[in-house]
Design a protein around this ligand. Sequence first.
Ligand SMILES: *Cc1c(COP(=O)(O)O)cnc(C)c1O
Length: 390
Amino acid sequence: MTETAHPRTAPLRARAEIDLAALRANVRTLRAHAPTAAVMAVVKSDAYGHGAVPCARAAREAGATWLGTATPEEALALRAAGLPGRIMCWLWTPGGPWAEAIEAGIDVSVSGMWALREAALAAETVGSPARVQLKADTGLGRGGCQPADWPELVAEALGAEARGLITVTGLWSHFACADEPGHPSIQAQLTLFREMVAYAEEQGVRPEVRHIANSPATLTLPESHFDLVRTGIAVYGISPSPELGTPADFGLRPVMTLSASLSLVKHAPAGHGVSYGHHYVTPGETTLGLVPVGYADGIPRHASGTGPVLVGGKWRTVAGRVAMDQFVVDLGGDEPEPGARAVLFGPGDDGEPTAEDWARAAGTIAYEIVTRIGTRVPRVYVNVNEEQDG
Ligand SMILES: *Cc1c(COP(=O)(O)O)cnc(C)c1O
């Protein structure tokens, strides 16, 4: 990831501008949505493509007391970059870096017996207790411990705690359909979560935090907030689902603006096939602009013929196929200079499309659009200092 002091003058093929003031404002907005809970900024997968370390720092500045990652490697990288405070990770496989995580003071999630045993064994070697959060499967059917297996996991955890090998710091779960308010699974999961937490507490578990809310639950379901909300997509200013509302409806602002410099503008005659497969044919004499990003940069090939781009104040559409490194737009006779800025998506302030527009064009969700943006696209951080916040 590139950090550039003078982003607006850098002659880049393409760039993903990351507005850290917007990110900080989003975190503050989320704190206001969940005033009784702490906020975890989920920065897995390189902060959904925005760059984990700068985003984690900015989220911390804005009051996110927890950072969350999927893998332990992501969590350890945050610690290695000097981020203090609470960090949690939840996606473990046997033989994972338990000792390193314990030494780095990272909270680890455990969904089953094998993981609890590996954590306890590593704690014995390291000589200090592992901070363990027990994950309940309250209905998602993915990670987490099934209700039938919960008593055994809780008992094993209490035993390891009694031997000084672990501290159970949290009890938690994850929603399946929080982005569909009113879905019957939501109340069912909440009820089961309360029951599984109550059981563990009756047995003697004293969790510091109980948590189940992701971004959609944080924004729409106050009763799900408990002690901590785990917000990912909303931190980056994207609505969890267009059906729920726009980012602005929730007081959020998109953080990433993806743009590229046109690498060629040329005249083409009517009837000219464009890009692999000739799925676009110029309807008349026109100009074509070459946008030097492609599916290797995370531009979905599924957006061939549909993806929107703002060039010279006008929306253009990907003409023909998105290739590995480039795609073409029909400029309809306009002749911008080579190097002119083509904005694929951003907050929408200047009429540019949004990540949500690309999601619709590609038949996916905006989470995937931003997260896919590849490492070949430099991240350029703007409004890095908190003093710049209004
Ligand atoms: C990714 C993730 C989140 C964040 O989800 P958003 O919908 O992006 O807010 C929260 N919890 C877990 C377990 C996750 O994997």
